[in-house]
Write a protein that binds this ligand. Structure first.
Ligand code: ZN
Length: 132
């Protein structure tokens, strides 16, 4: 397993980590790679990374689908961060990517891997395991 850190700059931010994941699997050959985020207010997803507007549209959409001005019950350190947990759950904590025989990720032409921050800015961890 390889662990790397990412630093986010906004409360809600999709960060393209495709190249970091490619580097994390570069030394291993296997059937698939698992990318896992060990956080409750962040997630990971695969979507278009050719146009950066797609990531920004995700950020806007998730803030609208799960609004902050709701009678949330979960309060943490004086802050209502319940919506950030739920936004993270929509994205999920992991993705599984098949690997080709040459050890590369079998991503589609337009696909990229995004770290999904919902309670930033802060430093986060991403774990990558190559399955045999
Ligand atoms: Zn919380």
């Amino acid at each position: 397993m390889v662990e790397f850190k990412v630093t986010t700059e906004r409360q809600t931010q999709l960060l393209d980590i495709t190249q970091l994941v490619r580097e994390a699997v570069a030394s291993g050959q296997g059937s698939a790679a698992v990318v896992y985020v060990p956080h409750t207010t962040a997630g990971v997803t695969i979507n278009e990374h050719a146009d950066p507007a797609v990531a920004r549209d995700f950020e806007t959409a998730l803030e609208r689908i799960v609004p902050s001005d709701w009678p949330w019950e979960h309060i943490e350190e004086g802050e209502e961060n319940a919506p950030t947990h739920i936004r993270a759950a929509f994205m999920g904590p992991s993705v599984l990517i098949p690997m080709r025989d040459d050890g590369t990720l079998a991503l589609g032409t337009w696909q990229g891997i995004f770290f999904c921050e919902f309670d930033g800015p802060r430093e986060r961890s991403v774990l990558v395991s190559v399955l045999q």
